[in-house]
Design a protein. Structure first.
Length: 122
């Protein structure tokens, strides 16, 4: 529990939907894309598993496709939570808040979240 008595999952605006999907991302326009797998997604963001998370507040450009490869989802996010690799009680990675995605991408994200059962994990 945090200072206000609520657990982190109670603070979430959206339930998480489990989703293991390869996500390409970069932190600035001069970097090559990195690729890691997501753990879950919600209409407000996603968690990316990585042993090299960036600091909270870092901006990140994301790209991922539906499993059938038919649609590309892309947009800008912000790192809002970091689980460092040395913390063995949580999956290492970073929670990303969606900041700037176009309407088509957001509609696809909502569709993904509505098709799968929601979870309160991570």
């Amino acid at each position: 529990m945090d200072d206000d008595g609520r657990t982190p999952s109670e603070k979430r605006r959206f339930p998480r939907t489990p989703l293991s999907l390869l996500v390409q991302f970069r932190f600035n326009t001069f970097e090559d894309f990195l690729a890691e797998y997501s753990l879950n997604i919600s209409p407000g963001g996603m968690f990316i598993r990585t042993s090299e998370p960036r600091e909270e507040g870092a901006m990140i450009y994301l790209q991922f496709s539906l499993k059938d490869g038919s649609k590309l989802i892309e947009g800008l996010g912000r790192v809002v939570r970091v689980n460092p690799p040395e913390d063995k009680s949580h999956t290492p990675g970073m929670g990303i808040e969606f900041v700037n995605f176009d309407e088509d991408s957001m509609a696809l994200i909502l569709d993904i979240c509505n098709r799968k059962p929601a979870s309160r994990e991570s």
